[in-house]
Design a protein around this ligand. Structure first.
Ligand code: ASP
Ligand code: MG
Length: 470
């Protein structure tokens, strides 16, 4: 059995939904279980309507938006090639659901207030609608399919807007509900993104949560694999818009995938991998537009034979703060104080490095947090500055972080060396560098205006020579 998750663009129009149905049909023998997002942009529109409703006086605007949402679905239905009776049944479902949604929006408007619980209910409608279109398209192509709302089995805590699944309970319910269907050859088409509390109140797993629904289902059904269908050929060695030579990585480990997403690569959210990691179920990232391409396989051990780097990511436009002073030498706990101060200020530290001379500590944070970080650090170290143990706390905007990630970098001598020579040859100035103690990544700080050049130089040096992506 294979769980196949389709994102919003993959079900964004009649044409795309028909493609999805064709694709699922071609894998019918593997017992596919389908998880789908809302049609593209629909969740954003629902969020918009929910927000407007809280103003209490935008009834007409909301009604117009609701009509547009309904017509987007109806327009897609016209292109699914359904029998008249199936089409009428489907339109009735859309009528019914959008009418319910309209009533909920009216009550929010009357109250002028939206609870997290109410927001989840409103946002759940995108998937509540899309499953019916996908299931109908499958049936039209001769694949028996049934639309299923995940609230029927996926139990979560009541942390609305960002609920956590209760896996053991969900597993029991999922098996009971879904296995008999799968056994008789029916494809379940399940809402991504949503679940319900033990009491049956709708929750969501957080925006973009459909991938998570896919891996939760993989866990619950002990699937052979979970396939995340998207619009690129899997995870690339780097951003192809900047590095034309970037190519698909065929295998990577869970650890590498979470490291990459930490550094801003849109691989798959680390939380998403938890349910499948536990059972060692592979996650495959595949392209709906190019289904023949094998994509990227994320497995517990990845490519154990691979040497060197796996991928390069770029985080642009960050801020760097340097704490400089000879008096820091030998003083214990300076780095710890930097972290404590940042944690207290609610600033996430993306990078830290300390020169071995201990004359300075450099941190990199999101640009938006740069000034707060600088101000709080100046306050925290004011005594040291007065005592001249610290010379200054300096702010520097416009830097970028490049992370080179790969398990194969462990015990691999000369990685930092080749990166530095590549940058030297390319005339790129390296501002700071750090290596994670896991040796899974090397992170470099450069000026943002030089970041594309830096990325190209490193990619060239690490991959071009090898002619393979290991
Ligand atoms: N439809 C939801 C969202 O847009 C969930 C998803 O697409 O993953 O956030
Ligand atoms: Mg998505």
């Amino acid at each position: 059995m294979i769980v196949m998750k389709f994102g919003g663009t993959s079900v964004g129009s009649a044409e795309r939904i028909n493609d999805v149905a064709q694709l699922v049909k071609s894998y019918q023998n593997s017992k596919p279980v389908v998880v789908t997002s809302a049609m593209t942009q629909i969740t954003n529109q629902l969020e918009d309507m929910a927000r407007l409703a809280t103003t209490g006086n935008r009834k007409r605007v909301i009604a117009a938006k609701l009509a547009a949402l309904k017509s987007a679905h109806n327009q897609a239905i016209s292109g699914l090639g359904l029998e008249p009776s199936a089409e009428a049944a489907l339109r009735a479902i859309i009528d019914d659901k959008t009418a319910k949604l309209g009533n909920i929006l009216k009550s929010v408007t009357a109250l002028g207030e939206l609870t997290p619980r109410g927001r989840d209910l409103i946002l759940s409608f995108g998937e509540r609608l899309s499953i019916h279109l996908v299931a109908a398209a499958l049936n039209a192509q001769g694949v028996p399919a049934v639309a299923i709302n995940a609230t029927d089995f996926l139990v979560t805590d009541d942390n609305f807007n960002d609920a956590q699944p209760l896996l053991t309970l969900s597993k029991k319910r999922a098996q009971k509900l879904l296995l008999p269907l799968i056994e008789k050859g029916t494809v379940p088409v399940i809402t991504g993104f949503i679940g319900a509390t033990r009491d049956g109140v709708t929750t969501t797993l957080g925006r973009g949560g459909s991938d998570f629904s896919g891996t939760i289902l993989g866990y619950c059904l002990d699937a052979k694999e979970v396939w995340i269908w998207t619009d690129v050929d899997g995870v690339m060695t780097s951003d192809p818009r900047i590095v034309p030579a970037a190519r698909t990585i065929d295998k990577m480990s869970y650890e590498e995938a979470s490291e990459l997403s930490y550094f801003g690569a849109k691989v798959i959210h680390p939380r998403t991998m938890i349910p499948t990691a536990e059972l060692g179920i592979p996650i495959v990232i595949k392209n709906t537009m190019n289904p023949k391409h094998p994509g990227t396989h994320i497995t517990p051990s990845g490519d154990t034979a691979a040497k060197g780097a796996k991928a390069l990511t770029l985080m642009k436009d960050l801020a760097m703060i340097t704490i400089q002073g000879k008096g820091m030498r030998g003083v214990q706990g300076t780095a710890a104080r930097v972290f404590d101060t940042m944690a207290a200020a609610g600033v996430n530290v993306l990078f830290i490095s300390q020169a071995s001379s201990e004359n300075n500590i450099t941190i990199v944070v999101e640009k938006a947090a740069g000034h707060v970080a600088t101000r709080t650090l100046r306050q925290a170290f004011a005594t040291e500055v007065r005592a001249k143990r610290i010379d200054f706390v300096e702010y520097h905007g416009g830097v970028s972080l490049i992370a080179v990630v790969g398990t194969g970098m462990r015990q691999h001598v000369g990685m930092a060396g080749s990166i530095f020579s590549a940058l030297g040859n390319g005339n790129v100035n390296v501002i700071a560098i750090a290596q994670g103690s896991s040796e899974l990544n090397i992170t470099i700080v450069v000026e943002s205006k030089e970041d594309a050049k830096a990325l190209l130089c490193i990619h060239d040096a690490l991959y071009a020579a090898k002619g393979e992506n290991s």
